[in-house]
Design a protein around this ligand. Structure first.
Ligand code: ADP
Ligand code: MG
Length: 385
């Protein structure tokens, strides 16, 4: 759905609920990660792009210091709190917690805020690995930035969104999702160094299409599993004597005291090799070498399946069908945190119909679940619309 529809929907609900028109509209996109999975919280590299699915807010200032959140997508349910009092997570409205946390951390960083009416909608599929949660956090920060003309950088909005996800939603995510949602660039992926937050734009060559295949298996238990994986990575870097796995090599892992084939060994093997693949894949994409890009993507998938153990049979099957259809003309892998969600494929645009047909013919027949397919073009990050 184009953002104009989302904007209209948010505007209509805002008017209905608040009884006056919104003054300001902002958006923040979801994202697809082309390569670099579970490397972000290990201080490593990732290469996502922002996509044409977004969170959109219609909003206006209030002069009584109250912030009222209206969920367009959840039956117009509301949440409200006072900006100058202590802001805590709610017990029962998880969606509002992502937003409350953003306001809390903006305040904590010293930004001066007032009240607001805020209607939120979006079309990033929830819990599918396209990061609807980061879009929600970043769009909330963007709304406050626009309303109160805050002198806050896009990177700081990303960090504030991450702090909210850690402390108000309970998921110890890395910084990738918020960074790409805040800083994405039309027509480009971003090679992001998650330690320094330096970015390098990587142009998606003409004639290359990005296909996302949603398995429609959602990752309901992801937060617990995610946090556990993160702990195993921290354990590995401690045993290797490194600040983070980003600083380790496969040779060091092989020579270390970590038992080969143990969970901690396998997790570290994935992260260290994935980091190398991500940097190499960016170079291959810049060189327009789609065959090489494909090799790195296939290898990334195998590593997530065998070493990080975050794929599920439905996801492995999608990648199998994509691999069969694409061969060495493109590449495919699971994308996102894991345990369901989406796969991403890069391919020559003329192959899109045949690849799509292969998935449509096989996935539901094998699994009983109907997939969703999105063809995406890289978009700009968050901003006023
Ligand atoms: P992902 O980020 O992969 O989509 P998460 O589990 O991290 O999955 O985040 C999904 C949660 O984010 C939803 O359950 C909901 O609470 C919240 N959310 C995301 N987008 C919206 C939205 N437009 N309106 C309300 N809540 C949303
Ligand atoms: Mg999320």
């Amino acid at each position: 759905m184009p953002s104009t529809h989302l904007k209209q929907r948010a505007a209509n609900v805002f008017q209905d609920v608040c009884g006056y028109p919104a003054t300001t509209f902002v958006q923040a996109p979801g994202r697809v990660n082309l390569i670099g999975e579970h490397t972000d919280y290990n201080d490593g590299f990732v290469m996502p792009c922002a996509i044409d699915y977004q969170a959109v807010i219609a909003c206006a200032k209030r002069d009584d210091g109250v912030i009222r959140l209206i969920s367009v997508d959840y039956d117009h349910i509301q949440d409200s709190f006072v900006v100058n009092q202590e802001i805590k997570p709610t017990e029962d409205k998880l969606w509002a917690n992502y937003m409350r946390g953003v306001v809390h951390f903006l305040k904590e960083k010293g930004y001066s805020l007032g009240g607001a009416d805020i209607a939120i909608t979006g079309n990033v599929p929830l819990g599918s690995g396209l990061s609807s949660s980061a879009a929600l956090e970043v769009v909330t920060g963007q709304a406050m930035k626009a309303l109160y003309e805050l002198d806050v950088t896009q990177s700081d909005l990303a960090l504030i969104g991450q702090a909210s996800e850690h402390n108000f939603a309970g998921c110890k995510c890395g910084i990738m999702d918020q960074m790409i949602s805040a800083c994405g660039e039309k027509g480009h992926a971003l090679l992001l160094d998650c330690r320094s937050l330096e970015t390098k734009s990587v142009h998606i060559p003409e004639g290359v299409s990005i296909m996302i295949v949603n398995s429609n298996v959602t990752h309901s238990l992801v937060d617990g599993a995610y946090n556990a994986l993160r702990e195993q990575c921290e354990e590995a870097s401690r045993l290797l004597g490194k600040v983070a796995l980003r600083d380790a090599t496969l040779a060091e892992l092989g020579a270390s005291s970590i038992k080969k084939g143990s969970d901690v060994y396998k997790r570290a093997h994935h992260v260290i090799s994935e980091n190398e693949r991500t940097v190499a894949c960016a170079d291959a994409l810049i060189a327009g070498d789609l065959q090489k890009v494909g090799e790195y993507m296939y290898a990334s998938h195998a590593s997530m399946r065998d070493d990080f153990e975050i794929t599920v049979p439905e996801i492995d099957y999608i990648v199998e069908v994509l691999t069969e259809a694409l061969g060495n003309k493109g590449g495919a892998r699971m994308t996102g945190g894991g345990f369901g969600g989406c796969c991403v494929a890069l391919m020559p645009t003329e192959m899109v119909p045949q690849v799509q047909a292969a998935i449509e013919a096989k996935y539901q027949a094998k699994t009983g679940i109907k997939e969703s397919i999105y063809i995406c073009t890289p978009q700009n990050g968050a901003g006023v619309i």
